[in-house]
Design a protein. Structure first.
Length: 137
C-alpha cells in the first residue's frame, strides 16, 4: 500500500459534546471538519480505511483523538498526498492557516496547534485542504 499524508473532510450535522480521551469534553459545532494525519507506517494509506471502519461502527477501538469524533460524522472526501516525506504537520498548518483550529486535537506527538480544523462552509474547507495538499505535489 502506498504511503502518504491524508486529510479527511467530515460533515457534522448537529452540535455535539464528545469526551475525547485525555482532552476531555469538547463541543463540536455543526459544520465541516478537516483532520490531517500521517499514513507513512507499514499499512500506508490503508489507515484511511480504518478511519472509515470507526466511522461506520465496525471498529470499536478508540486509539487516536479522531476516533472519538468519527462516529458522529459523515465523510465528504479524503484527500491524499502520496509521499514518504514527513509532511503531516506542514499540511495541517497549511489547512489551519485558513480555518478555525480545534486546539491540541490530533497533535500530542508534535508541536502543532491542531490537526483538526473547522468551517461552517463546505467550499472554504475544501479549498483550504486542496491548497495545503497541492503545495506539496
Amino acid at each position: 500500500m502506498k504511503k502518504g499524508i491524508y486529510t479527511l473532510i467530515l460533515r457534522l450535522d448537529s452540535d455535539v459534546d464528545i469526551v475525547v480521551g485525555a482532552l476531555g469534553t469538547i463541543r463540536f459545532e455543526k459544520g465541516y471538519y478537516a483532520y490531517t494525519g500521517s499514513a507513512r507506517g507499514p499499512g500506508g494509506l490503508k489507515r484511511v480505511e480504518r478511519h472509515l471502519e470507526v466511522m461506520r461502527g465496525t471498529n470499536p477501538t478508540r486509539r487516536w483523538h479522531i476516533d472519538y469524533l468519527l462516529p458522529f460524522t459523515h465523510l465528504e472526501i479524503a484527500v491524499t498526498t502520496k509521499t514518504e516525506d514527513d509532511l503531516e504537520c506542514a499540511i495541517a498548518k497549511g489547512v489551519g492557516s485558513q480555518l478555525v483550529s480545534i486546539l491540541r486535537f490530533g497533535c500530542t506527538d508534535c508541536k502543532c496547534k491542531s490537526h483538526l480544523h473547522f468551517s461552517r462552509s463546505k467550499e472554504d474547507i475544501k479549498d483550504a485542504v486542496r491548497s495545503a495538499h497541492a503545495h506539496f505535489l
